[in-house]
Design a protein around this ligand. Structure first.
Ligand code: AHM
Ligand code: MG
Length: 352
């Protein structure tokens, strides 16, 4: 018979009496973390849970996209001039809708909207959280059934909560983020997030419709065999970046470039490597958006033990931001490799 003590010890080991691991869902994980903070109001936990719900809705749509003919270009252009596809619009709407209804968010900024959004807030609530997001990253992959992702970051507002949020609430450095995460809609759907205390990953189990803890305390290898860059732009990169890319090739590193930052970084999170989106002639300030892409992904990468710098060798999380849709060059990934890239840039910029 299962004694009380035996039962407790199994519980502590997170296994059942058949010796199988107990599944820990995202909601359970969030609640457990919340219980560790006695002063917590639960607002942040509810916000994270709602992000999980929106991700499940988008996942459902991503999976059936081919069937319902939702694929294809909608015809409009997003704020940075890229073509907007139907699934981008859908994902954007679902995230905004879910976050707005949660009552835990006082402002949302999305890569798909020129301006930030102020949700309607129930009279009895004074939410403190701001969410910034790229609802569907890597949208050029949608039509061909290749992985896409969602990126999100969470800030606390800094303006007085007696009135609506202000632009300054959004234009905070990445180092002020209180949480960041991504969802990868790939062969499996994964939600990976950090609140500044390590990184954890949850895989969606479609049979029960829950994100289940699958990757506890993710640590990125210090180095790896992969580099990820759009090599097609090689001639448009600065000399020092070209030299570093030559070096990666000399080392016989494997080039992998999916064209979805979430997917490319996800590989590096587990297998180690380096991801680069340098400034080019077309994008002299880089292409990737600081607020929606670079800050959140850098926060996650640093929390996993990696590094994230601009091509001017500044720490991404310390960069000042002046516009919602500001872009930056970025190099991120395994710490040894990013440090080595830094040495290359220092060496070759000294020569010029
Ligand atoms: P998106 O958010 O509009 O999809 O664009 C961002 C994507 C990144 O995921 C990816 O790293 C990059 O753009 C790919 O750009 P390129 O096709 O210029 O290599
Ligand atoms: Mg993007």
């Amino acid at each position: 018979m299962l004694t009380k003590l035996h039962f407790l010890s199994l519980l502590l080991r997170n296994t059942n009496h058949f010796g199988m691991s107990k599944i820990e869902t995202l909601d359970e994980f969030i609640l457990k973390r919340q219980d560790e903070h006695t002063d917590s109001s639960g607002s942040f936990s509810r916000l994270l849970r709602d992000i999980g719900i929106a991700a499940k809705i988008v996942n459902r749509e991503v999976n059936k996209a081919g069937l319902v003919n939702i694929l294809g270009v909608e015809g409009s252009q997003n704020s940075t001039g890229d073509e907007v596809q139907k699934l981008d619009v859908f994902a954007n709407e679902k995230f905004i809708e879910t976050l707005s209804m949660s009552g835990e968010v006082c402002g949302i900024a999305s890569e798909e909207n020129m301006e930030f959004i102020i949700p309607e807030i129930p009279a009895h609530k004074k939410p403190q959280y701001i969410v910034v997001m790229d609802p569907l990253d890597g949208s050029s992959n949608i039509d061909v059934n290749v992985s896409v992702g969602t990126i999100f970051g969470v800030y606390k507002r800094i303006s007085p909560d007696s009135g609506p949020v202000q632009k300054e609430d959004f234009l905070q450095k990445g180092s002020n983020m209180v949480a960041a995460g991504y969802v990868l809609y790939g062969t499996s759907t994964l939600l990976v997030y950090t609140t500044g205390n390590g990184v954890n990953g949850f895989t969606l189990d479609p049979s029960i419709g829950e994100f289940c803890l699958s990757h506890r305390n993710i640590k990125m290898p210090e180095a790896g065999n992969y580099y990820s860059v759009n090599q097609g732009y090689y001639l448009k990169f600065d000399l020092e970046m070209r030299r570093y890319i030559d070096h990666c090739s000399d080392l016989n590193l494997r080039l992998r470039y999916i064209g979805s930052m979430v997917s490319d970084i996800h590989r590096i999170m587990f297998q180690g490597g380096i991801f680069l989106y340098p400034n080019t002639r077309k994008y002299p300030q880089g292409k990737l958006r600081l607020l929606y892409e670079c800050y959140p992904m850098s926060f996650i990468v640093e929390q996993a033990g990696g590094m994230a710098l601009s091509c001017k060798l500044e720490r991404i999380l310390d960069l000042e931001i002046k516009k919602l849709h500001e872009t930056s060059s970025i190099v991120m990934g395994s710490s040894k490799m990013v440090r080595e890239m830094k040495e290359f840039v220092e060496k070759y910029s000294a020569i010029n």
